[in-house]
Design a protein. Structure first.
Length: 202
């Protein structure tokens, strides 16, 4: 199932493995129901088998005020966006987003009436993902506009994935992830050859 544009909840293990006090793990309310963890909007990373999760909040007035102040000061605001989730005005806190792999996703949010996966309209989905990618680009250029230490978590997730699949399948189709594994494999082989050459010279 394609998880892009879906809403999900994180396992508690994620917060244990990545104890970042800037991660949003307070109790959230979605459609009148309380959950132990906030609900997240998911979209795919461009390079690796990782999803970026954007927490949503029902505190519309609070964040709309912050949004307006940022627009007044900077002319725009990419870190906070708005949409409707199950008929409720909701805030998408791009500034609090975090990277995850699928094993940390506990469940997806299901509409209790329709029994279908909760989603936003395509226009809202496009707006959120577009702005989130802009924020990621700026963040990777060194601008601290994402509150959690997303780079640290992201790199840790990649290392975990590599440890599971250390040897790439050279016959696989070209994907950013497999190409990355192949490059790592070649780098390791070069390092081995260099070490062996040094040993022979002694």
């Amino acid at each position: 199932m394609d998880k892009q544009g879906k809403f999900c909840f994180l396992k508690e293990q994620y917060f244990i493995d990545f104890p970042d006090d800037k991660l949003m793990r307070n109790k959230g309310t979605v459609n009148g129901e309380k959950h132990n963890r906030p609900c997240f909007f998911a979209f795919r990373d461009n390079l690796f088998p990782i999803y970026w999760l954007i927490p949503i909040s029902s505190k519309f007035d609070k964040y709309y005020s912050i949004y307006c102040k940022k627009v007044s000061r900077y002319g725009q605001c990419n870190t906070i966006r708005f949409g409707t989730v199950l008929g409720q005005r909701s805030v998408f806190l791009i500034q609090n987003m975090c990277p995850v792999t699928e094993n940390y996703i506990e469940e997806f949010y299901i509409d209790p009436i329709s029994k279908k996966y909760v989603a936003v309209d395509k226009r809202t989905e496009k707006d959120i993902i577009h702005n989130a990618k802009k924020v990621l680009q700026l963040y990777r250029q060194g601008k601290p506009i994402i509150f959690p230490d997303a780079n640290k978590i992201y790199n840790s997730l990649i290392k975990k994935e590599i440890s599971k699949d250390p040897k790439p399948d050279l016959s696989k189709e070209h994907t950013p992830w497999n190409d990355y594994l192949i490059q790592l494999h070649h780098d390791k082989e070069k390092s081995k050859d260099f070490t062996n050459d040094k040993e022979e010279e002694r």
